[in-house]
Design a protein around this ligand. Structure first.
Ligand SMILES: Nc1ncnc2c1ncn2[C@@H]1O[C@H](COP(=O)(O)OP(=O)(O)OP(=O)(O)O)[C@@H](O)[C@H]1O
Ligand SMILES: [Mg+2]
Length: 228
C-alpha cells in the first residue's frame, strides 16, 4: 500500500519537555485510530499533522497536497446559526453564496440536523454541536478528516450517532485519522491502530491483531487496564 503521509523523525519539544519523540511512521490505511494513555501525545500528534503545531525536529512528507479538516472534543461554534457555522469555511474558500447555502444545507441534512439550520449554534446541545462540527468539516469535502476524541463528551446514543456519521464520511471517500478512549469505537472504525506512549510511537498494527495479539508489552498492559 502506498503511504499518503510519512513522518520522519518527527519531534516536538516544549519548554524542554519532549512531547513527541522521534516519531517515524507511514500512513497507508484509510482509517487510522491513535490509541494511548492520557498525556501520551495523541492530540499533539494530530495537531502536528493538521499543521496547528510546527515540529521542532524531523518532517512530515505528504505524498501530495491533501485537503484536511479537523474536529475536536469540544466543538467551537461561532456566535451565529448552525447553518452559518457550516457555511463559513466554504465562503472562505471562495464558493458563491448560493452554492454555500446549498452545500451547507446538504451537510446538515447528512448529519440529521436540517431542521435546526436557523438555530443559534451555541444553544444546541453538545451532541448537536458536535454534529454541526462534523457537517462543517464534511461540507469542505476533505480528503483527510482528523478527529480528536470526537465523542468524549457525548452520551452513548450521541456517540453512536457521531460514529455513524464518521463512517459515512469515510464511505464518501475521506481518510480518517482519529483518537478515542473508547476501544469498542476504535475497533469498529479503524483499519490500523497506532499506539503511542509517553511521546513515542510504540506500534502500528492492523486493528484485529492489535486487539487480539498486540505486539508490545506496553500495548498489552494498556489493553489489560482498559478492558475489565
Ligand atoms: N504546549 C505545551 N507545553 C508543555 N507541555 C505540553 C504542551 N502541550 C502538551 N503538553 C504535554 O504533552 C503531553 C502530551 O499531551 P497531549 O495532549 O498530546 O496528550 P494526549 O495523548 O492527547 O492525552 P489525552 O488522552 O489526555 O487527551 C502531556 O503531558 C501534556 O501535558
Ligand atoms: Mg488528547
Amino acid at each position: 500500500m502506498n503511504a499518503w503521509l510519512k513522518l520522519q523523525h518527527l519531534g516536538l519539544t516544549e519548554g524542554g519537555t519532549r512531547i513527541i519523540d522521534d516519531a517515524s511512521l507511514s500512513f497507508a490505511a484509510r482509517r487510522t485510530v491513535v490509541l494511548g494513555p492520557n498525556g501520551a501525545g495523541k492530540s499533539t500528534l494530530l495537531r502536528l499533522i493538521h499543521g496547528l503545531l510546527r515540529p521542532s525536529a524531523g518532517e512530515l512528507r505528504w505524498q501530495r497536497a491533501m485537503t484536511q479538516a479537523m474536529v475536536f472534543q469540544r466543538p467551537v461554534m461561532l456566535r451565529t446559526t448552525a447553518l452559518a457555522n457550516v457555511i463559513y469555511g466554504l465562503g472562505l474558500k471562495g464558493h458563491a453564496a448560493k452554492e454555500c447555502e446549498q452545500r451547507g444545507r446538504q451537510a446538515l441534512a447528512r448529519v440529521g440536523l436540517e431542521s435546526l439550520a436557523r438555530r443559534p449554534a451555541r444553544l444546541l446541545s453538545g451532541g448537536e454541536q458536535q454534529r454541526v462540527a462534523l457537517a462543517r468539516a464534511w461540507a469542505l469535502e476533505p480528503e483527510l478528516l482528523i478527529l480528536d476524541e470526537p465523542t468524549a463528551s457525548l452520551d452513548p446514543a450521541s456517540s453512536r450517532e457521531v460514529e455513524r456519521i464518521i463512517g459515512d464520511i469515510a464511505a464518501s471517500g475521506a481518510r480518517i485519522l482519529m483518537t478515542t478512549h473508547n476501544l469498542g469505537q476504535a475497533r469498529r472504525i479503524a483499519e490500523q491502530i497506532v499506539f503511542i506512549d509517553r511521546g513515542c510511537i510504540v506500534e502500528q498494527t492492523p486493528v484485529e491483531q492489535f486487539f487480539t495479539m498486540p505486539r508490545t508489552e506496553a500495548a498489552q498492559r494498556f489493553l489489560k487496564d482498559e478492558i475489565p
